[in-house]
Design a protein around this ligand. Structure first.
Ligand SMILES: CC(C)(COP(=O)(O)OP(=O)(O)OC[C@H]1O[C@@H](n2cnc3c(N)ncnc32)[C@H](O)[C@@H]1OP(=O)(O)O)[C@@H](O)C(=O)NCCC(=O)NCCS
Length: 228
């Protein structure tokens, strides 16, 4: 399936390193939806231990990155997982807007429940946030429509499915790169110090021309799906 992610976002170092290993090492946590021979949606999740003494059941500030680190580290050390986190749900660009994401999420919830887990969590990347990169995530995440559902379309899908918004993960994903890399990823000049608005980014990227790099720290929104 064609990737619909902005190019910079696949350069999170942990994702770059561990994403390809998910299919090989956690095949029970990968779903695809097909129509004929065509893949029209895909979903990844990872099991990890959240209720340990050190982690205390608290969803981590470094959301998505933390789940990748914990899941692979728990697996290597033989730590029994007690929670599953969604890592990605995406729909082919020409099939978006048809309700497929809700069906993928329902399939993930059902499969995780059937595997005996009491909770599915997700570090959600709100799909409407790139339209207002300067709004603090803490404000955006809790904004609701008149009907009480989240303002953000993707958060709305999660809440409709039964999720509760838990917290903001302020540094869910970090992408750092040289100015040359950022220019290649975005086509933007990256020659001025300070915040840069990049299409597809949830918050501005910080550019440090004098030090030769720019860094993007992406906030996500933790949601919890009780499955009991
Ligand atoms: C976010 C994503 C998964 C949503 O999937 P989808 O199947 O297109 O969404 P749905 O058809 O189920 O619609 C969900 C809601 O978003 C709304 N929506 C759909 N496309 C929209 C758009 N372009 N702009 C605004 N709202 C939109 C729908 O109206 C619906 O809300 P409603 O039911 O309250 O009306 C999909 O856009 C996607 O794959 N994006 C790229 C990858 C990504 O960002 N994944 C999420 C992080 S893992």
């Amino acid at each position: 399936m064609e990737d619909s992610w902005p190019e910079f976002s696949v350069n999170d170092a942990l994702g770059w390193l561990l994403y390809p290993r998910m299919v090989a090492e956690f095949p029970d946590h990968v779903w695809i939806a097909t129509e004929g021979d065509e893949v029209i949606a895909r979903a990844f999740s990872l099991p990890f231990a959240l209720h340990t003494e050190a982690r205390g059941g608290v969803l981590p500030a470094n959301g998505w990155d933390a789940v990748l680190m914990w899941a692979f580290s728990d697996q290597r050390r033989g730590v029994e997982p007690d929670t599953v986190s969604a890592i990605e749900i995406s729909v082919a660009t020409d099939r978006q807007g048809e309700g497929l994401s809700a069906r993928m999420l329902a399939a993930m919830r059902e499969s995780v429940r059937a595997a005996g887990f009491a909770e599915l969590v997700a570090p959600v990347r709100p799909s409407g946030k790139p339209a207002e990169p300067d709004t603090p995530m803490a404000e955006y995440a809790y904004r609701t429509r008149e009907d009480g559902l989240p303002y953000d379309p993707w958060l709305r899908v999660h809440v409709r499915a039964g999720a509760v918004i838990d917290s903001v993960a302020p540094l869910s994903m970090t992408v750092s790169g040289s100015l040359a890399q950022w220019r290649e990823w975005t086509g933007l000049p990256f020659d001025t110090a300070g915040p840069v608005q990049v299409p597809g980014a949830l918050v501005p990227v910080h550019c440090e021309p004098e030090r030769g790099y720019a860094v993007y720290v992406e906030p996500n929104v933790w949601v919890r799906h009780p499955l009991g």
